[in-house]
Ligand binder design. Structure first.
Ligand SMILES: CC(C)(COP(=O)(O)OP(=O)(O)OC[C@H]1O[C@@H](n2cnc3c(N)ncnc32)[C@H](O)[C@@H]1OP(=O)(O)O)[C@@H](O)C(=O)NCCC(=O)NCCSC(=O)c1cc(O)c2ccccc2c1O
Length: 338
């Protein structure tokens, strides 16, 4: 369901045209060219790059996202924006005075925003970040931690960040963690369940669970072991040390590191590169990359993608049409492919 009304679309088209005028091919030195030095194409003059061209690096124009009725979303703990004329959403934890620690309300709002970004078929990539330069997220807000979980707006406690982790993992679009400053505890796990992590050079990564009387024995352990290997995962959890961005990159926790002042520019550039590509290919690849680790749920999602594609095929439609016309389906013209 596209969420933009006609007028807004016109504004967007005008914005796209004006942005296009400012399009300048970038020629970064190779050490600023992104992961493995390959994402910037200026030094590769082959036909692939001649066809696909440079990725623009001008700043995105952000606008507060609107709900189905056209009203701007009003949140307390987060900011939810979409880039004008581009298929990119940005979801920001907005509690910088608490190093963007999350409480149940924060998670409740994040779930609403991620759901909206999922349902908006103009959005192809989602940036997840924290307000300010000091922290991406410092995990659960310890001030509202109770004997039965974290509690703020309800009397009972909950661990609803686990629902958010699953939501990000199953969301059929790439979610990119844009990390400045601390990604700690439950905040570190949130960046790990994202598809990509772009880190500023001031980023710091770590788990504190064994120091503060907590642990995440779910994705926080298994996804970490998959990302950095079982020995490193044990080190990270048992010692509860903090790691610099270069150390985290070496371990496989981040895709690339950029100077703090270029963090959003680089993240938006990666998103632009993604949203140029085939939505279906990206969707199926995300579920395929998670399938083994996510067990039955992973298989179910990948299988769902297959069904989704089959529904659009002539063969699939032939079955449905026959049912609706109360006749036996004739699949004889469809081959048993070798
Ligand atoms: C992140 C820090 C290393 C930053 O240090 P720095 O020196 O820069 O800043 P301050 O320490 O002075 O912090 C400024 C201000 O913010 C408050 N604050 C920061 N983090 C939190 C937090 N997580 N909870 C509450 N408050 C926080 C801090 O108290 C200061 O306020 P003042 O009023 O005192 O000025 C450092 O802040 C730090 O180490 N923070 C704590 C990190 C941490 O231990 N996080 C919790 C881990 S447990 C967790 O996240 C978790 C959550 C879940 O929901 C789970 C669910 C299921 C399983 C496991 C879960 C889980 O483990």
């Amino acid at each position: 369901m596209a969420k933009m009304a006609g007028n807004e679309m016109n504004t967007v088209s005008r914005r796209v045209a004006s942005v296009a005028q400012h399009f300048i091919p970038v020629h970064l030195p190779s050490n600023e060219s992104g992961s493995l030095g390959l994402s910037n194409t200026s030094n590769i003059n082959d036909s692939y790059h001649r066809v696909h061209g440079e990725v623009p690096t001008h700043p995105a124009v952000w606008r507060i996202a609107r709900d189905d009725s056209g009203k701007e979303y009003q949140f307390t703990d987060i900011i939810y924006e979409k880039a004008v004329g581009e298929g990119i959403a940005k979801i920001t934890i907005n509690r910088p005075e608490r190093r963007n620690a999350f409480r149940p309300l924060t998670i409740k709002e994040l779930i609403v925003a991620f759901n909206d970004a999922r349902d908006d078929n103009t959005i192809g990539a989602i940036i997840f970040t924290g307000k300010g330069t000091q922290a991406f997220c410092s995990g659960g807000d310890q001030a509202v931690r109770k004997a039965d979980g974290y509690a703020d707006y309800d009397k009972f406690g909950r661990l609803n960040v686990l629902d958010l982790q699953v939501q990000i993992r199953r969301l059929p679009k790439p979610v990119i963690a844009m990390v400045a400053g601390y990604a700690i505890g439950g905040g570190h796990i949130l960046h790990m369940v994202c598809d990509l992590t772009i880190a500023a050079d001031n980023a710091v990564f770590g788990q504190t669970g064994p120091k503060v009387g907590s642990f995440d024995a779910g994705y926080g352990s298994s996804v970490m072991a998959r990302l950095i290997g079982p020995k490193r995962a044990r080190e990270m959890w048992f010692l509860a040390r903090f790691y610099t961005a270069p150390e985290a990159e070496k371990m496989g926790l981040v895709n690339t590191i950029v100077p703090l002042e270029k963090l959003e520019q680089e993240t938006v550039k990666w998103c632009r590169e993604i949203v140029r590509n085939s939505p279906t290919a990206i969707r199926v690849l995300k579920s395929a990359l998670n399938a083994i680790d996510d067990g039955h749920a992973g298989l179910q999602q990948l299988a769902g993608d297959a069904t989704l594609l089959f529904y659009g095929s002539e063969e699939g439609i032939a079955g449905k049409t026959a049912y609706l016309e109360h006749r036996r389906p004739d699949f004889s013209k469809f081959p048993w492919r070798p």
